[in-house]
Ligand binder design. Structure first.
Ligand code: 6PG
Length: 243
């Protein structure tokens, strides 16, 4: 059970993004560690967050202390338009003074099974850990219309419950392979932020908030950091069906 769970609702996606950016700044400043390890999510929602971090926090966040990882990545080259790394590189990483050694992308161009092992090893070598499980200071997550999070899709709760730190997943519609963190690492984070915007997410959000029976099949519902805090940052359209 998360130490604390909060739901924050905002009028517009830009307000969500700016609040999350402020909260990231605050967590970094409050951290008593010399480094701060964040796992980024992919998809389109993080774009506004990346812009807010550049526009509002370029000079206030000590970027040399920040290490960026990914919660999931598509098994594509880093130059692909599908790459979550490329999205962050173009909108955020190229626009802030962060050392390249602080960027730990998932090598989507590698053989998926081998990359899941390589990335797991890098996590174990670089992150602090509890009970030999890597600990992120913050994991950012989104939620798909089907209730997936990271790249753990409905019907694949076995990946969420895997004993491994990373898994190879397959997108149920496109067949695209993905590398994803598993629930073992996600639920071991100090802080987990869900960023959810848009009317098309309202049903899933309402099920997760109000209908445990329906929500249990959604991987996103199983995100519950054991020792950490869980915060939902949602815009009004996505929150419109919460009772
Ligand atoms: C990915 C993401 C994925 C995303 C959701 C929501 O690689 O696609 O990590 O889990 O967070 O699909 O995507 P949107 O933000 O585009 O709605």
């Amino acid at each position: 059970m998360a130490v604390s769970t909060e739901v924050k609702i905002f009028l517009k996606p830009k307000k969500v993004a700016r609040k999350v950016a402020r909260e990231i700044n605050k967590l970094i400043k409050e951290s008593n560690r010399k480094r701060f390890d964040i796992a980024l999510s992919g998809g389109s929602t993080p774009k506004k967050l990346f812009r807010a971090l550049v526009k509002k926090h370029h000079d206030t966040i000590p970027w040399e202390r920040v290490h960026f990882w990914w919660g999931d990545e598509r098994c594509v080259s880093p130059e692909s338009e599908e790459s979550n790394y490329r999205l962050a590189l173009e909108i955020l990483l190229q626009k802030i003074p962060i050392p390249s050694k602080n960027i730990h992308r998932i090598h989507g161009e590698n053989t998926p099974e081998a990359e899941a092992i390589r990335y797991s090893d890098e996590l174990m070598m670089q992150l602090q850990n509890t009970d030999n499980i890597p600990v992120f200071d913050l994991i950012l997550l989104g939620i798909g219309e089907d209730g997936h999070t990271a790249s753990i899709f409905p019907g694949r709760l076995d990946l969420f419950q895997s004993n491994n730190f990373c898994a190879v997943a397959t997108h149920p519609e496109t067949g695209q392979q993905r590398i994803t963190l598993t629930g073992k690492v996600i639920n071991n984070a100090k802080n987990v932020f869900f960023m959810v915007t848009g009317e098309n997410k309202a049903i899933r959000v309402s099920e997760i908030m109000n209908n445990e029976e329906a929500a249990k099949k959604h991987p996103a519902w199983h995100v519950d950091p054991v020792h950490g805090s869980l915060t939902w940052f949602i815009d009004e359209p996505a929150a419109s069906q919460i009772s």
